[in-house]
Design a protein. Structure first.
Length: 570
């Protein structure tokens, strides 16, 4: 152990000045605080500075527990999670049959050392790291899915005793139920669900082939294959999912729908299930609805500051219609829910009608349409208007009847939010005309049309500079003349992003606020091309141009942008 004091080590190393050390010592006097804690509170030193200085003082290793640092789960689990969290420590390597190296936030904690010795029966070799790094390692390795990939492969290798079947038609329902409750089947389904939640997947696809099964997870909008089960195990897996979803396990000829819930990482996950009969068996798609992954803060979904302020201003209007447009999977629901989260207040009665209700929001009244009993969007809206609403959210405007009721509601003092399936913002007016709505009614009620897409975000840990080819730059130059001066990036792939090069998604937007100029063009029934051109002259930024801002800032790639936003939308 060094004879130098912690403060001297930090000062000599240039981490703090003499004046900062003197001030920290003055603050420490009369308290039971460690000097390192005082320096952290004052902001004079970082946690890494303190940990490195402590390593020097005690003559022990400082361990940088980053993503590149390999830990073995079997060694980490020598100590229970409760002990690891209580003392902020993690075992990293069993050096010998009688000793283990433990990374600690406080290597001088005698109680922690004694507890680890008692739990493991091993001597402790001390190392030090920062609290945030240790807690991140605990979160990563003390999870139920630490062995997911290994376990899934083990289960996939199991050979069923029976020969592969051509289909399920001849199977006895009782036998299928018994097989569905077998340990390997239950374990495979559970592990796959946990892996989907862990990786942030939105969907799980089971796709049966003639002699094998493909299992894919949709992560950040892209399908990626994972370890599949054997074909002989697949009928029992289908039955297991059907049992969980309260679906008819004896019906294999018709499409079926169901849903169930399960618990993962101390939160409840909702799953919507759809089955589709195909020539080699039933195809299953499980939609994972994780409320914790839902971004209801509008600052997190990709708006620029000016657009965000403008959007919030429109949402504060007492009446009118706000439309979100874009294809399926473009993030419209997330933006709608973020808007509702912004609007909810003890003074407002907010009512939604959705198909289906994907996420449940506190202090918002949500209703699901039920076509089988004729509870359509239009019929639901008629009843909602008798419930004294202030704000109404309609999951989707699909027909003239729903559109007219929504427009009447906006004319009588309600703010209405809804979605429409169009490729861009100006097309929304033509879509409404196409289903039979009069131009004057459209112009009088629509306040804002927001078209959007989702693009994957480059992983900040592994992105590196690159240069697109000249042909691609030539395509972009008409939209941004300065593209030759940009710094472009690509994702290399690392442990942080599971070797994908991307981590998460963000929105790109086409924001068309309906002012007098746009309103007059709608009333004059101008053509779609002319309307788009006029909207751009009045300040509307096209989807492509909005996305190019994110490319310029190094948030995404040109290829990713053009994959969701063709040049024609620029």
């Amino acid at each position: 152990m060094s004879t130098l004091k912690l403060g001297d080590i930090l000062r000599n190393g240039g981490s703090i000045t003499d004046a900062e050390l003197d001030h920290a010592l003055d603050q420490q006097r009369g308290t039971n605080k460690f000097l390192g804690d005082v320096l952290l509170e004052l902001g004079y030193a970082s946690p890494t500075d303190i940990a490195r200085a402590l390593a020097v003082q005690l003559d022990i290793p400082f361990i940088e527990l980053g993503d590149a640092y390999e830990l073995r789960p079997d060694e980490v689990h020598l100590v229970p999670e409760s002990v690891a969290r209580r003392f902020c420590l993690v075992p990293i390597k069993k050096e010998t049959a009688s000793a283990v190296t433990v990374v600690m936030r406080d290597p001088l904690d005698i109680e922690a050392l004694d507890t680890v010795r008692t739990q493991t029966g091993l001597e402790v070799i001390k190392a030090v790291s920062t609290e945030d790094r240790i807690l991140a390692a605990i979160d990563k390795f003390y999870r139920a899915d630490a062995y997911l990939e290994h376990d899934l492969k083990d289960i996939a290798d199991l050979d069923a005793e029976t020969a592969p079947l051509d289909g399920e038609e001849g199977r006895d329902a009782d036998q299928l139920r018994i097989e569905a409750n077998d340990a390997p089947v239950v374990r495979f389904v559970n592990l796959l669900l946990m892996q989907a939640v862990r990786d942030g997947a939105s969907d799980i696809h089971f796709e049966p082939g003639e002699r094998d099964v493909t299992v894919r997870l949709r992560i950040d909008g892209v399908l990626q294959e994972v370890t599949p089960p054997s074909k002989t195990l697949y009928p029992a897996i289908v039955t297991r999912v059907k049992i969980l979803s309260n679906m008819d396990i004896a019906e294999h000829r018709l499409p079926l729908d169901g849903r169930f819930k399960f618990s993962a990482y101390k939160r409840v996950i909702d799953v919507r299930v759809s089955s589709l009969p195909e020539i080699h068996g039933e195809k299953l798609v499980l939609r994972i609805l994780d409320r914790n992954s839902l971004k209801v803060d509008m600052t997190e979904i990709g708006f620029g500051q000016d657009m965000l302020q403008s959007f919030r201003r429109v949402l504060k209007l007492p009446n009118g219609i706000v439309l979100l447009t874009g294809p399926t999977g473009s993030g419209k629901t997330t933006t709608l829910y973020s808007a509702l989260s912004f609007l909810r207040s003890p003074t407002q009665n907010i009512q939604t009608v959705e198909d289906p209700v994907e996420y449940q929001l506190n202090k918002i009244n949500q209703m699901q349409v039920r076509a089988l009993i004729d509870l359509t969007f239009a019929n639901a809206l008629r009843s909602i208007l008798r419930q004294d609403p202030d704000i109404i959210m309609i999951g989707e405007i699909r027909d003239a009847e729903t559109a007219r009721i929504a427009m009447r509601a906006s004319l009588t003092g309600h703010l209405v939010l809804s979605t429409l399936h169009t490729n861009d913002s100006p097309s929304a007016f033509w879509r409404l005309r196409d289903i039979g709505i009069e131009p004057y009614l459209i112009a009088a009620t629509i306040k804002l049309v927001l078209s959007q897409r989702l693009v994957r975000v480059l992983c900040p840990e592994c992105k590196e500079e690159t240069r697109p080819d000249a042909e691609l730059l030539n395509l972009l130059r008409p939209h941004r003349e300065d593209v030759d001066q940009w710094t472009f990036y690509k994702g290399v792939g690392c442990t942080k992003c599971n070797r994908r090069g991307f981590k998460g998604r963000t929105g790109i937007f086409e924001y068309l606020e309906v002012g007098d100029g746009v309103r007059q063009m709608v009333i004059d029934n101008v053509g779609e091309v002319e309307l788009r051109k006029g909207a751009q002259e009045l300040g509307m930024e096209p989807l492509l141009v909005n996305g190019l801002h994110k490319v310029e800032r190094g948030e995404t790639t040109v290829t990713e942008l053009l994959g969701v936003c063709p040049l024609g939308l620029g």
